[in-house]
Design a protein around this ligand. Structure first.
Ligand SMILES: [Zn+2]
Length: 113
């Protein structure tokens, strides 16, 4: 999974890793999405939504990047292409990753002049 681009415009989709499972049940095909935690090194898959959070990066009108943390909401997660996180520790790791990428982008911009 690519994590480099969190400060960029294309960042929002990079974090979302979800598995789509097709189950044929009688005549119907049921599609269920299994969410996997976006925390670095975390392999948790969402079984129950309780205790899960979501995070997404966005830009405000002044092009200032920000990171939003919110309790899990499947509909909003789809709208915002949010990253599912299984708990506080993974949220902190992702926040740290986001901050690191912004600092790195800043440094690269300064170097380019
Ligand atoms: Zn996790």
């Amino acid at each position: 999974m690519q994590h480099e681009d969190v400060g960029g415009d294309s960042a929002r989709c990079n974090f979302v890793e979800s598995l789509v499972e097709f189950t044929t049940f009688r005549e119907r095909t049921i599609v269920s999405v299994l969410y996997r935690c976006a925390g670095p090194g975390c392999e948790q898959t969402m079984i129950k939504e309780d205790g899960w959070w979501m995070m997404w990066a966005s830009f405000d009108g002044r092009r200032i990047p920000s990171l939003t943390l919110s309790p899990w909401n499947a509909q909003l997660a789809a709208e915002e292409a949010a990253m599912p996180v299984c708990g506080e520790r993974c949220a902190q790791l992702l926040q740290s990753h986001f901050m690191g990428n912004l600092q790195q982008n800043q440094t690269e911009r300064e170097r380019k002049g």
